[in-house]
Design a protein around this ligand. Structure first.
Ligand code: ATP
Ligand code: MG
Length: 308
């Protein structure tokens, strides 16, 4: 998993977004091979997800953050296409509703935490509360007491970083794991994808003129992302800052990150007790007249021969 390693931030080194590549050229990879590896990863993810569900001892939260048009939606669609829909829920975190705004910022998040054995995919997340909120200084307009919103922005967000780390640590200690991904797209590629959304009728619905306003704030967002990641990357809950200019490569790295978490969880099908095994045997006898599958198979073979 060497390619993934250089995009992993666990707090041991500082992220400098400007020095990280947004495309795969620097990795010098072969597209065909990468597509093949992605497919294999997808299969492994699907199998491990079945085990995760059967095991039920850990829950997984996959969190995707990115600028517009970085490919969050299509990444989700592709990488998790083989996963049993019963084991996964997708949550898109949009501008908070009136009800959500009237609560603490993690309130709506906590309700989206999966039961152990399941996966929740967060399309955007509580990190918006230290990104869009910070860039637009939305905190200053919050309907909150002065002791909270009256403090310096720097202090306000430092505390939020602390709360986020506490929340993630709390869940980790409650048998959950996070895969936190930032899709690192270039400004140039975003422009290209916006133009495609404008030019292709079937993509028009994806474009909003507000996206252009956010694009103008690119440097502020880069700074906010960098700061948020540096404050919240830990060995238990690292960040993956993945190049997002070539979707096929992004999908591969995302599949690697998810697979890594599932392999670390190493979910096992539950072992049954001797008593339960005995009950299974009894049920088998009722259904097939024999306690062992070999006997049944032989019986079927004999029957087939007789039919001929
Ligand atoms: P697409 O890539 O299709 O545009 P999207 O994730 O950008 O998908 P939108 O409906 O366009 O979805 O945007 C959701 C918006 O909600 C984002 O601009 C995001 O910054 C904003 N948002 C999310 N959480 C918060 C929050 N806590 N406070 C303020 N705004 C938020
Ligand atoms: Mg959008």
């Amino acid at each position: 998993m060497s390619e993934l390693k250089k995009y992993t931030f666990d707090g041991s080194s500082k992220l400098k977004l400007a020095s990280l590549p947004t495309n795969s050229k620097k990795d010098g990879v072969d597209k065909e091979k990468i597509l093949e590896k992605t497919m294999k990863n997808q299969e492994k993810i699907a199998e491990l997800q079945e085990r995760l569900y059967a095991d039920g001892t850990e829950g997984l939260i996959i969190l995707l953050q990115a600028m517009d048009a970085a490919g969050k939606d299509s990444t989700i669609k592709h990488v998790l296409s083989g996963v049993n829909p019963q084991g996964i829920d997708v949550f898109s975190f949009k501008t908070p509703s009136a009800d959500e705004s009237a609560h603490d910022f993690l309130w709506r998040v906590h309700r989206s935490v999966p039961a152990r054995g399941k996966i929740s995919l967060f399309n955007r997340s509580y990190y918006e509360d230290v990104l869009v909120v910070r860039v637009h200084k939305l905190n200053r307009g919050y309907h909150m007491s002065d002791r909270v919103i009256g403090q310096k922005d720097k202090d306000f967000f430092e505390k939020r970083f602390k709360h986020i780390c506490g929340f993630e640590d709390y869940l980790y200690e409650n048998s959950y794991r996070f895969v936190k991904i930032f899709l690192n797209v270039s400004e140039e590629k975003q422009k290209e994808r916006f133009l495609e959304r404008i030019d292709k009728p079937d993509k028009n619905w994806k474009f909003s003129s507000n996206d252009l306003k956010e694009r103008e704030l690119w440097p502020k967002y880069q700074k906010a992302y960098e700061d948020a990641i540096n404050h919240t990357a830990t060995p238990e809950n690292p960040w993956y800052v993945l190049p997002a200019d070539q979707k096929w490569y992004t999908r591969y790295l995302v599949s690697e990150a998810i697979l890594k978490a599932l392999e670390e969880i190493d979910p096992q099908y539950p072992e049954i007790s001797d008593e339960e095994r005995e009950r299974l045997k009894e049920s088998r006898i009722i259904l097939a007249g024999s306690a062992e599958p070999e006997e049944k198979e032989e019986k079927e073979k004999k029957e087939k021969k007789e039919e001929k």
